[in-house]
Write a protein that binds this ligand. Structure first.
Ligand code: CMC
Length: 472
């Protein structure tokens, strides 16, 4: 999109040549957490000729650890009076980061250098949380300490439970999540000095610990069952399942296969680089806002069907298709772009190859359905047939559309017993650690300034005010 539009004669030609690049605001009180990202080095340059005036200038090229080099345009406006134009940020790096790396062309995802497949196979979610936040996998002592810190914060202030009464009981649980997580800022406002590393850590732990409790309560409220308090002897995934599915009248037995699958789902969704919701969290946090409010902003962004809402949309799509006999028609509708129909759970802005999370999720999906005796689940059969047809269809091949993580997660979640409206909530529970880790990294980066993109203005130029009696 950017490419097509960049050839337009732009109003940028009129831009003022002013301003020495201003220094980033000092953050004297901020102490970093000890994670030292490699400072990007300018090692080459792109030579640019401005055809309007024949002026030549250079833009430095920076090298990261891996991945495409980036052109440093930080001084472009100050020195040349030009903005860049990149709606949807397809070619724009918004920050430097040392947390997560994605190579979408080959389908690689790593956290702090570890492949997602290895983490899903060998770690549990708490280890992955520690890795994202602290930069390294925990040793045995660190892990015990970290789990203690998280479980210490799993309960909510009793007053928070009263918020739920204010929602209609059919409120979408994501609406409840946005509100209640945002409301945590009212409880931890004065005690959250974002420039104090200790308080940042406590806010991070509180968020990771409390979000599952809030999510389970949203579910309980929607079905009219009493809230179930957390039980700290359980693992993160077990505790969440219990808070969601236990009732006071019966003893709740945790199925280890389900708990393992839940843990894996959390790992696979823990972080995903500078996606829409993470960038939203960073943008909100860049103004110095309260971290609980920033995470609520991320949850709001995640809700959309193009992002975290896709797992819910996949199940709706499968229900709409109904049976394998209708797949051909549905694919035809997608290919002809009828009513903007898309194959939900397919395609990704970054992955132009198999989403590595989808491969793990696919395997887990079969394992869970086998263990639950649902191998012949019609939904799974339908999904597998759809996947087969789409992967062999020219449209999907030429557009590089592969199944993404959400194509399979909904099927597992439904088999476990979650209603579709809870799917995106589970994504939010898992992604909270990623948002928090990225927020912390941003606050600790001395070069980070308030996020403030510019625009290509295409509206009216200045014109005289129209009085009421002259308006059409
Ligand atoms: N089904 C059919 N066609 C598609 C699809 C799809 N799922 N996704 C992209 N396309 C086509 C699109 O019509 C366009 O075709 P053309 O060039 O002929 O006009 C081309 O592919 C590029 O599409 P785009 O919208 O420019 O691609 P994008 O990078 O902006 O969008 C996406 C990425 C994930 C929003 C999109 O692939 C999509 O809508 N997928 C379905 C929703 C989904 O599964 N989202 C979950 C993403 S994974 C979870 C997460 O990380 O949030």
């Amino acid at each position: 999109m950017a490419g097509k539009s960049s050839s337009k004669k732009t109003v940028a030609a009129k831009a003022k040549k002013v301003v020495k690049a201003t220094k980033p605001a000092a953050r004297s009180k901020t102490v970093d957490s000890g994670i030292k990202p490699a400072a990007p080095k300018a090692y080459a340059a792109v030579a640019v000729k401005d055809s309007r005036n024949g002026k030549n200038f250079e833009l430095p090229i920076l090298k990261g650890t891996v991945g495409p080099d980036v052109v440093d345009i930080r001084k472009l406006y100050g020195e040349q009076g030009l903005f860049t134009y990149d709606p949807g940020y397809g070619s724009t790096g918004s920050t430097q980061s040392s947390i997560t790396y994605i190579d979408g062309d080959v389908g690689v995802l790593t956290h702090r250098g570890y492949k997602i497949e290895d983490l899903a196979e060998n770690s549990d979610f708490m280890e992955v949380c520690y890795l994202l936040l602290e930069g390294e996998l925990p040793n045995a002592k660190q892990k015990v300490e970290f789990e203690k810190n998280i479980t210490y914060h799993t309960m909510l202030h009793e007053q928070i439970a009263r918020f739920y009464q204010g929602f209609r009981r059919d409120a979408h649980p994501m609406a409840v999540m946005v509100s209640v997580v945002g409301a945590l800022s009212a409880f931890y406002h004065d005690s959250t000095d974002i420039h104090d590393p200790r308080q940042r850590t406590i806010a991070s732990h509180r968020l990771i610990a409390k979000v599952p409790t809030i999510a389970a309560m949203a579910y309980k409220y929607s079905i009219g069952q009493p809230f179930v308090y957390p039980k700290n002897e359980l693992s993160y995934a077990e505790n969440f399942l219990r808070m969601t599915f236990a009732v006071p009248a019966e003893e709740y037995k945790i199925d280890p296969v389900v708990a393992k699958a839940m843990d894996k789902i959390f790992i696979l969704h823990a972080d995903h680089e500078q996606n829409a919701s993470t960038s939203t969290v960073r943008m909100a946090g860049s103004s110095g806002a309260n971290p609980f409010a920033c995470i609520a902003a991320g949850i709001a962004c995640l809700w959309g069907p193009a992002h975290g809402g896709a797992n819910e949309a996949v199940l709706k799509m499968l229900a709409e298709i109904g049976s394998t006999a209708n797949i051909k028609d549905y694919i035809g509708k997608v290919k002809s772009k009828q009513d903007n129909t898309r194959l939900m759970g397919f395609g990704h802005r970054v992955y132009k190859n198999y989403d590595p999370r989808a491969s793990v999720m696919r395997k887990s999906c079969h394992e869970v359905l086998d263990a639950l005796g649902k191998r012949n689940d019609p939904l799974l059969q339908l999904a597998m047939e759809l996947e087969k047809i789409a992967l062999n269809d020219d449209y999907f091949i030429s557009h590089k559309l592969y199944p993404n993580v959400d194509f399979y997660s909904g099927i597992i979640l439904q088999a476990i017993g979650f209603p579709t409206s809870m799917f995106t909530v589970l994504f939010a529970v898992a992604r909270t650690v990623g948002w928090v880790a990225q927020w912390k990294e941003m606050i600790e980066d001395p070069t980070q300034r308030i996020g403030r993109p510019r625009q290509l203005y295409t509206g009216y130029g200045e014109r005289p005010y129209t009085p009421m009696n002259k308006r059409k």
